[in-house]
Ligand binder design. Structure first.
Ligand code: HEC
Ligand SMILES: [Cu+2]
Length: 280
């Protein structure tokens, strides 16, 4: 653990005690580190905090953000915790974090061994099914960090990226507030038809969209999929063309992926993609 960017906390028990402490403090609101974080110019080259064991032991986790991150073949599920259960929310493949505030990740693996690795932010941490791991770190500068599963976890291991976006606390709070809301009801006829296509096809067996009957838990939550930069865990940019290609034949893009191809009439596919585009 020496000299490297590894900043695991010494003992899980220690962390859990601190998380306990966090929950009581979290409701008080207020972001004491906000002022410090904002002193960083927005597009400063990314320099993460590199903490020694000793510095880490002093990292105050009392106001830490707590995220449960679960690795699946081949995507990342993120559940943002809150002392108030009505404020928890779920997203996938893209973590937004407030710069300057400690973050505590509880890591799980759903199926096989994966490894959490966000270079510049954190060292590698193996994720073993049935076990829980925890890491704590803090991004002192705003910026985008690209993470990657660092363990060979199957065929599409290389296409299992995690985008970490550290932003000023105010902007993070806006993002989190939007993520907590249900999906907006579509107002345009094309998107309304797309919602029907979604709910009547198999999509809802695997995917959830809050505010609709779709409540599948085997695939990325799509409630705010349109706000994510990429789809397929970093594989493709998120736009109507790639979404159409993905839905029609994900196996061609990510062979072996746990999503079947969907052959839809052109008008249905167009409507479906229009609907997904409204899920900001
Ligand atoms: C059998 C389960 C299953 C079904 C049915 C299914 N999907 Fe998926 N879907 C997945 C899985 C698993 C992923 C993640 C794949 C990966 O990146 O490795 C995924 C990923 C996606 C993504 C990319 C999400 C992201 O943030 O990366 C979109 C969009 C999507 N599916 C839309 C749909 C639509 C629309 C339908 C119905 C036409 C559908 N899916 C049906 C399992 C399913
Ligand atoms: Cu993996």
């Amino acid at each position: 653990m020496h000299g490297a960017h590894f900043d695991y906390l010494p003992a899980t028990q220690d962390i859990l005690e601190r998380v306990g402490a966090m929950e009581t403090i979290a409701t008080e609101g207020g972001y004491p580190l906000a002022a410090a974080a904002l002193q960083f110019p927005l597009h400063e080259p990314v320099v993460a905090s590199v903490l020694t064991d000793r510095a880490l032991a002093r990292l105050p986790l009392s106001n830490a953000l707590h995220v449960e991150l679960t690795a699946h073949q081949w995507w990342w599920q993120a559940r943002y915790d809150d002392a108030d259960p009505s404020r928890t929310f779920e997203t996938a493949n893209e973590l937004h974090l407030p710069a300057g505030r400690p973050v505590l990740l509880t890591l799980h693996a759903d199926d096989v061994i994966h490894s959490f690795w966000v270079p510049n932010l954190h060292g590698k941490k193996d994720l073993i099914p049935g076990r829980t791991a925890t890491v704590a770190f803090r991004a002192d500068a705003t910026g985008t960090y690209r993470g990657q599963c660092a363990e060979f976890c199957g065929y599409q291991h290389a296409n299992m990226a995690l985008l970490v976006i550290a932003e000023p606390p105010e902007r993070y709070e806006l993002w989190a507030a939007a993520e907590r809301t249900s999906a907006p009801q579509p107002t345009e006829p094309l998107a309304q038809r797309g919602q029907q296509v979604f709910l009547q096809s198999t999509c809802a067996m695997c995917h959830a969209i809050a505010g609709t009957p779709a409540n599948g838990r085997r695939a990325p939550d799509l409630t705010h999929v349109a706000s994510r930069r990429r789809i397929g865990a970093g594989t493709l940019p998120n736009d109507p063309v790639t979404l159409s290609a993905w839905i029609s034949d994900p196996q061609r893009i990510k062979p072996g992926v746990n999503m079947p191809a969907h052959v839809l009439p052109g008008a249905d596919l167009q409507a479906l993609v229009a609907y997904l585009g409204t899920l900001k």
